[in-house]
Design a protein around this ligand. Structure first.
Ligand SMILES: [Ca+2]
Ligand SMILES: [Ca+2]
Length: 155
């Protein structure tokens, strides 16, 4: 009985937290998201928080592009021991481009990727076997812009 009540209270708190997060325009990864089938959906022009819980955690995000001739930007940063690799895959699960410009603690940024209508995947992985920051959030920002004559902007 008591446990049920605690569970209900906890559910209410979690629901509230999720609602607040949504209200702030920041969403969270939904683990498990280690493969294409279970990739967490992200919207264009959104911010998503997540965690690299183990050195081998792979976090996959799915972006449904609704327009042709758009430019995709993605940026991840913010974890001390994590050596991020950021990859972009197309709907055939083929890797379009991989970004690995920095070492542990560094940001990775995908820029100027021309995309068309369809599904794309943004995949985050870690190269540092000894990374151990399971409680620290990273922030993934995804932006889609029209390629029609607008200047490329950085985050
Ligand atoms: Ca994760
Ligand atoms: Ca994961």
């Amino acid at each position: 009985m008591y446990n049920l009540r605690v569970k209900r209270a906890l559910t209410a708190v979690l629901f509230l937290a999720a609602a607040l997060t949504a209200a702030c325009g920041v969403s969270r990864e939904q683990e498990p998201n280690d493969d294409f089938e279970r990739a967490t959906p992200v919207r264009p022009n959104s911010t998503t928080r997540g965690r690299i819980e183990t050195p081998h955690d792979v976090d996959m995000f799915k972006l449904d592009v609704q327009t042709d001739d758009a430019i995709l930007y993605a940026h991840v940063g913010g974890i001390r021991d994590v050596d991020f690799v950021l990859s972009v895959f197309d709907q055939d699960k083929k890797e379009i481009k991989r970004y690995d410009e920095t070492g542990a603690g560094g940001d990775e940024e995908a820029m100027d990727i021309g995309v068309h209508r369809g599904v794309y995947y943004i995949v985050l992985s870690n190269k540092n076997e000894r990374a151990h920051n399971p409680g620290q959030d990273y922030v993934l920002r995804v932006r889609l812009e029209s390629s029609a004559g607008r200047p490329a902007k950085r985050f």
